[in-house]
Ligand binder design. Sequence first.
Ligand code: H2U
Length: 351
Amino acid sequence: MLDTGRPHRRLNPLTGEWVQVSPHRTQRPWQGASGSTRPEQPPHYDPNCYLCPGNERAGGARNPNYTGTYVFTNDFSALLPDTKPGEEDEQGLLVAENERGICKVICFSPRHDLTIPLMQREEIVAVLETWADQYRELGELEFIRHVQIFENRGQMMGASNPHPHCQIWANETVPVLPAKKQQHQHAYHRQHGRPLLLDYLALELGRRERIVYENEHFVVLVPYWAVWPFETMILPREHRPRLTDLRARELSALAEAMRVLTIKYDNLFETAFPYSMGIHQAPTDGKEHAEWQLQLIYLPPLLRSATVPKFMVGYELMAMPQRDITAEIAAERLRVQAEEHYLLTDEGIDG
Ligand code: H2U
């Protein structure tokens, strides 16, 4: 039986990578910053925001007076759809491949201040439907084999603007991390005949140590192998390789899981909890991908308070990821948070 209070390392079966866990270190003294900083609520509309309806963007284009979600091609796209030749030297040491792709930005709503935890469930469903449409449309393009949807929330995660939005980078090859997950899920499926993440979820539901929230169709948990202090994963209970496989009531349940999780995050340190969220789903290469299971990954940097993040430095950069607070304790701390947003319970904001 694992002594979770002693140093140990855990395997991520989705990537084959390990994380060092050092729970005894949570006892060490801390003289850095602490305490909550309640951020000021942004206005509904900001005339200087390049994502608000009717405003001009940095690239010169003007946003329409949109009323729901709004999708546009990134004015500073990291990937471009045209082709140029790559190169490879004789020893195979200088290797470059052409990489085609398309980058988009999606505003969640016209409201400059309406973050996911403050949205109604139906409003989040609209975001999910837009993501599913984009995954389908981009994935149908002959040269697109992977569609990465992700959200950077908060300055700490590099978000360039507080107006709630996310990005999509769709490209020709399956990127490094999803490719690792592809490989490991495929190997597991070949050996056991079942998706890895369905078997994993069954284990978690049996043990109940890392569950944060669950509803009829989705479960939120801190993965056994989590690296970031409050990292979580949202998983469907049934086998669903892609967003486009979800039925209407499952989309609604996923929206509710996202809503509750992000409220708990905000409540933890009474702040707009920063994170990078990403959706991993089957590649769009025309294959069935029975091994794949849809997964929403939340990677938040905060550790002790609204201002004290976990730094991925030193040993993490040079050797392997390491964490102090165990996945079980992180899950417990999130589980006990209220499901009503702190801004709506005490101060009251104009919804
Ligand atoms: P981030 O906040 O996650 O950086 O996403 C914002 C994206 O919006 C970013 O990739 C794009 C940036 O290139 N952008 C535009 O396409 N048009 C603009 O007018 C400003 C920002």
